[in-house]
Structure formats: C-alpha cells, structure tokens
Design a protein around this ligand. Structure first.
Ligand code: X2X
Length: 336
C-alpha cells in the first residue's frame, strides 16, 4: 500500500488495477536457485520441479528462479556452497561432490566402492547418517531441505575397455571437486586431473583427457560418446546424491508458512527426481549402447579387485569424514 500511495502521490496516473498489480508484485518474493546442470538433465529438472511446485503451493507469493550451468559462480561449481553461504545465491540443488570442499562429511558419498547400491543409498540418506550429514551442512550456515540424486557414477574413456585397475594405467581422467577423487584415481594407477564440468567438455573433445566419470543420465543427455568416449564401464563406484538447500539468513527471513512450503516442495521434487533418475537408467543404457558405445559390466571378482585397490583411500579419508558418521553409515549399509 505504501508503494501505491507513493506512486499516486508521484502523479503517475496509473489505473487502480495497475496499482494493485504493482503492490502485489512488490510483496511476492523470488529466490535464486543455482544448479550445475540444466533441465536437459534430471538434476536441472529437479530444480524446475521445485520451482513449479512452490509457485503453485504459494499461489505465486514465493517463487524460485533457476540459474543452471553454474552461471552464478562463473562455471566454478566448487564455489557454489560458499556463494550460497555468503548470500550471493539464495538456494541451490547441488551435488555432494561439489560441496565437499566446504563440508568434508559429504566425502562419505564419494568414497570408492563404499555405498554399493540404491538400497544402501536410501539406508544412509534416510537414516541417522543422513541426519548427521544434514547437521554438518547446517553447522556451516546452510539449511538443507531434501535429497535428490544424480546417480551412480560410471567411468568412460576413449582408448579401450576397463575391467581391471591395470586398464586405467596412465589414463588421463578428468575428475571433479574434492581431492578424494585424485586419491581414488591415483590408487588405480590413472593420471587424474581436476577440472570443472564447463572445462571438461572441451578437454574431452580435444583429447586433452582420455576419460571421465559421470552417471548414465549425464553421459546420455550430454552425448559424451560423441566426444570420443567409446568405452563405458558400469562399476557403480559411488553414488552422487543431490541436496536441496537454502541460505540460513534467507531461511530465517521467511514466515513459518513459507518455510513449510519451501521444505515440502523440495521434498516432493526430490522424491520425484530420485525415482525418475532410477527408472530411466535402463533406457539410457540401451540408448548409449545403440549409439555404439562398448559397455563393460564387472564380474564380482573384478569388482572386488577395484575395491581392494582403493581400500587405502577409505582408510585415509575416514578420519576427515568422521569416525562416528562412518560407523553410522556402515551399519545402515549392513542392515539394509
Ligand atoms: O562435474 C560433474 O561431473 C557433475 C556435473 O557430475 C557434477 O557437478 C558433480
């Protein structure tokens, strides 16, 4: 109302209806949401779904604008968490990998061959270990709201099938985020090189790197095979959960009703995206194979060989993640 009065005093001569529109839009609030991948991928679709549900639930009073492709952090996805904490970004649907430099506990999900299947993922995220992870995020100034999923990450390369650690020998592999990835690929005899997703695609195209690791949804939607990645190994070496989260000050400035809308719609969008990602896996694999990619599946013995070769990485990282969290996750996995 102050605004309308102010405008009429200014003699702008607006009609009553126009004034009303202005007053309403002055009350409505829009939050920025960062994602690394666009809505060509389940990840970006998760954020768009969140926006859609919130707009509906709040009758347009509280809305989200999604900024994909890490554009709010100039392509540097490992700065997303800090940018959200400092208030440069209001909210994000982000990967545990990209936030792990600021939240070491998130390295739990990147431990090689530790969380073997989706039942184990759910046992961890939905139980006590998941609560501990959310507390770790909260203690660093961000309010976590819900889980999503980018999927199990698989390794691809341009030179030949990988079914044993030796096959990775000397291969230059593009890795993400945390130094944990350097350790894993070094333990396997590869030559890991860290770079953002923005830089990864040109590096694959020019052959500056031989390989990369990403879930099937990313490999398929980004057509990674078309930049020479002809060999793909399904080794499910780690799952990459997504987390819906919001800056603490922004959260505190919302009414209780708005907080409920935001949390509930994040949970709904997350559950929707997790089942979609999982359901699409087999059709994505079929599409990838149809495009001529050689897909390698591991026998139990081959899987064990990778597991053993990376055991020292788990030992090195467990203390950084925290023994209590490690134990809680391990017992959730064992009891699944
Ligand atoms: O950079 C990647 O590989 C991606 C898109 O999967 C993440 O942001 C973790």
């Amino acid at each position: 109302m102050t605004l309308t009065r102010h405008l009429s005093r200014a003699g702008l001569g607006l009609t009553g209806a126009a004034l009303l529109t202005l007053a309403v839009s002055a009350q409505a609030r829009e939050l920025s949401v960062s994602t690394v991948l666009s809505d060509a991928f389940p990840w970006g679709q998760a954020a768009e779904k969140w926006a859609e549900l919130l707009e509906e639930r709040s009758d347009g009073e509280l809305t989200l604008r999604v900024y994909p492709n890490s554009q709010l952090v100039s392509g540097d996805q490992t700065r997303e968490f800090s940018a959200m904490r400092s208030g440069l970004i209001d909210a994000a649907v982000g990967s545990t990998i990209n936030w792990s430099p600021q939240v070491p506990e998130l390295n739990l999900f990147s431990l090689p061959f530790f969380i073997p299947d989706v039942a184990a993922v759910d046992a961890v995220t939905q139980g006590e270990a998941g609560d501990m992870v959310f507390e770790a995020i909260e203690s660093r100034g961000i309010v976590p709201l819900a889980w999503g999923e980018n999927g199990f990450r698989q390794v691809s390369n341009s030179s030949g099938p990988i079914s044993a650690p030796d096959d990775l020998d000397g291969l230059k592999i593009r890795v993400v985020g945390s130094p944990l990835f350097q350790d894993t690929f070094a333990a396997l005899g590869a030559d890991p090189t860290q770079m953002s997703w923005t830089d990864a695609q040109p590096a694959l195209t020019t052959g500056a790197v031989d390989g990369q690791e990403n879930p099937l949804s990313v490999f398929d939607a980004a057509r990674i095979d078309q930049v020479g990645q002809e060999y793909l190994t399904l080794w499910n070496y780690m799952n990459d959960p997504l987390i819906f989260a919001v800056n603490q000050q922004v959260w505190g400035s919302l009414s209780e009703e708005e907080q409920t809308w935001l949390r509930e719609t994040a949970e709904e969008a997350g559950a929707w995206e997790i089942s979609m990602t999982r359901e699409q896996e087999s059709e994505r694999l079929a599409a990838i194979e149809e495009r001529g990619v050689t897909v390698t599946e591991l026998s139990d013995d081959e899987y064990q060989a990778f597991r053993e070769a990376t055991q020292n990485v788990l030992e090195k990282w467990a203390p950084r993640i925290g023994e209590e969290l490690m134990e809680s996750a391990q017992s959730a996995i064992d009891a699944r």
